[in-house]
Design a protein around this ligand. Structure first.
Ligand SMILES: O=C(O)c1ccccc1N[C@@H]1O[C@H](COP(=O)(O)O)[C@@H](O)[C@H]1O
Length: 207
């Protein structure tokens, strides 16, 4: 089975071209001001529009957004889905409001944190933010991948957090994930995507 891959935190054409050439299934644009990968709608719009119809899906990442913040982005940037960091009921409300697929990000500390039910289209299962971090994801921080091994997921899900070309295969084998999401692990510096690491990551995920 082909593992599906999302490359998150795309900020420029070079990163986008690398993700497309590597065969990524989705690319993510981060609309969160405290992230080193943050893009404005003005920066993301031409990148999102440049993606071919058969290219990766375009995911907008938001942290506790208001409806107005999402609307302001959607007015300019064509997106195929939203990745939301908020509580489950708010994510479901965003799904209803904007009629777009919504993936809810869930930080996992133990198996009790794994959702048994949800009213969204997908889950991004990742580590909890380390103490002192001012953002809930994108921290290059991994969790115990075996926690998801016996889980019956209510919707499709991606594994995220601290994944890199040299650990993604082991993470997939330990977790049972069929999809992975990466940001920090394919960068040469915070916010700077490395085409070579993107290529290696996608290849390793699907090896
Ligand atoms: O990428 C970010 O900067 C970010 C900021 C705020 C919330 C989530 C963010 N990224 C997501 O976090 C995970 C793991 O990222 P990493 O590979 O450990 O850096 C992933 O789902 C990203 O989409």
């Amino acid at each position: 089975m082909t593992v599906r891959v999302k490359i998150c935190g795309i900020r420029d054409q070079m990163g986008l071209d690398a993700a497309c050439a590597a065969g990524a299934d989705w690319v993510g644009f981060v609309f969160f001001s405290r992230s080193p990968r943050c893009v404005t709608a003005q920066v993301a719009a031409p990148l999102a529009r440049a993606i071919a119809n058969d290219g990766p899906g375009r995911i907008g990442l938001f942290v506790r957004p208001t409806d107005d913040e999402i609307r302001a982005v959607l007015d300019h940037v064509p997106l195929d889905g939203l990745q939301i960091y908020d509580d489950a009921s708010r994510a479901a409300a965003i799904r209803d409001r904007f009629a777009l697929p919504v993936w809810l990000a869930a930080g996992i500390g133990s198996t009790v944190d794994l959702p048994a039910f949800c009213a969204v289209d997908g889950l991004v299962i990742e580590s909890r933010a380390p103490k002192g971090s001012d953002r809930p994801g994108g921290n290059a921080h991994a969790f115990d991948w075996t926690l998801t091994a016996g889980w019956t997921a209510p919707v499709p899900w991606l594994l995220a957090g601290g994944l890199r070309p040299d650990n993604v295969r082991r993470a997939i084998e330990c977790s049972g994930a069929r999809g992975v999401d990466v940001s920090s692990g394919v960068e040469s510096a915070p916010g700077v995507k490395s085409p070579e690491l993107i290529r290696q990551f996608v290849q390793a995920a699907r090896a």
